[in-house]
Design a protein around this ligand. Sequence first.
Ligand SMILES: [Zn+2]
Length: 264
Amino acid sequence: MNIISLSILYLWPKPFKLVLKEIYGKIESEDAPDAWDILDEGDYSFSKKYNLIHYKQLKASGVNFTVHGPFLSTDYLHPNSNVRRRSLSQLKASIENAAQFSPLAYVFHPSTVPKGFSPNKLKVEHYHFLEEINDFANSLGLRVFVENNVPGMGHMLTTPEEFIEFYERTGSSLKMAFDVGHSNVGSHVKRFLELLDCKIGVVHVHDNNGVSDNHKIIGSGNINWNYVISKLKASNFSGPYVIECVQDPFRALKLLRTLLGCRP
Ligand SMILES: [Zn+2]
């Protein structure tokens, strides 16, 4: 049975103490998710000792986590080596901290395309970055997944073709976090599922109208969720589903459980 993890994105950027209140408050509650997807960013950063201690305590008391890495600064290909190094160090520190409470999955974003550069020219350098992160995380016993980003917003790895080329040229063992909402903005949902189903290790769930990435509740946009779920089931997808809806997150959890046939 697939695990369903609930992203705390619906609380962002409220104070961290509200995140703790929410997670502690749901322990042993009927509508608790199987895991919480926590964000290593800003006030929620794992580099703050207080935050990390609480996550470790929660883990020790039986709460499971999936992790979303830093997303505000992803300048892994920036022409300025200081900027590049700072982004890379932040990501590696995040992976090291996360490894201390053994999340079920760790998802990170591909690089931003620096202004004035063509993604095509930078793709090989980006492959090296992806492999470096995969090796680094594996050495710490952590499973990491790279997420398809929103097309047209200046990021690497937004289309199925870019992922196919990456796998063909590198033979990488790095699997992808398939963000259904992001892929819907570029009308790529079907092609991702048809061409890359065997590479999907995590699925991000939220809806939109195909124009903007607004992280709506399942069913309020134009994504055909019955198709998505049946296709993933047919490919024996066994990884976690992460709900990234910013409105009605617990209704989204119920809806997804029904779609997956987990509970009546
Ligand atoms: Zn996502």
